[in-house]
Design a protein around this ligand. Sequence first.
Ligand SMILES: Nc1ncnc2c1ncn2[C@@H]1O[C@H](COP(=O)(O)OP(=O)(O)OP(=O)(O)O)[C@@H](O)[C@H]1O
Length: 260
Amino acid sequence: MSAVAVRHAAVAYAGRTVLRDVTLDVGDGQVVAVLGANGSGKSTLIRTILGLVPLAGGEIDLFGTPQRRFREWARIGYVPQRMGAGGGVPATVGEVVASGRLARRGIFRPARAADREAVRAALEDVGLLDRIGDPVATLSGGQQQRTLIARALAGRPDLLVLDEPTAGVDAASQEAFAAALARFGERGGTILLVAHELGPLEPLIDKAVVVHDGRIAYEGAVPEPAGHHAGPGHDHVHPHAEPERSRICVAPTDRMPANP
Ligand SMILES: Nc1ncnc2c1ncn2[C@@H]1O[C@H](COP(=O)(O)OP(=O)(O)OP(=O)(O)O)[C@@H](O)[C@H]1O
């Protein structure tokens, strides 16, 4: 069974089409990376899968159920792009991670030993158990990102969806991420992540999908990096001109047709 099956999806913002004819399958237990240049539609694709953006056409199934009838959202953990875990809120690392249990336990039932254990296990997974009582604001950016991954892991999801989890994150945190995701995968978890650069995540990836201008331009093994743009340290924050963009996208459509 597929954790996620997208068929001929189209998405528009205020009448402007940003995704067209997107077909994508994330098999149970697979690790799938969505790659592509800034503005190509990667975040829109995963936000549509999560039901945060409406479909203008096509269909999405989640764990075999049409998205509009899907209710088991606790099976999905989501780490949005660049969301600060601190944000001026004086919460501790443990409290932020415990909030990832709410969908599992219901807001009005006090935390049980199982909830506390899930929080500790998730923090252990990302290497931050020793910071459980510290205010999130005292953590580095990379550690805050790891806290958000731990929050998603604490809900014991079957599918983890991550939008650029390692963007702008220090090397130690990237390694800690990769290790946590590898363990999640070993436990049978499914991962769908958006990335500009895979870095230490690359060995985990079963399938890469390249989005270019709202379409799937490539699907297959992780493509070779194109020039310095795909190398480490290149922070993809600026929009690229069209010719350069197609180089970054590494869309070897001559090797494998997308969605044949
Ligand atoms: N809420 C929104 N309203 C209107 N347009 C949007 C909205 N979100 C994204 N867009 C537009 O849709 C297109 C795809 O954006 P999206 O964020 O999905 O791309 P992306 O590949 O994730 O880019 P990035 O790597 O910069 O996050 C872009 O042209 C963007 O400007």
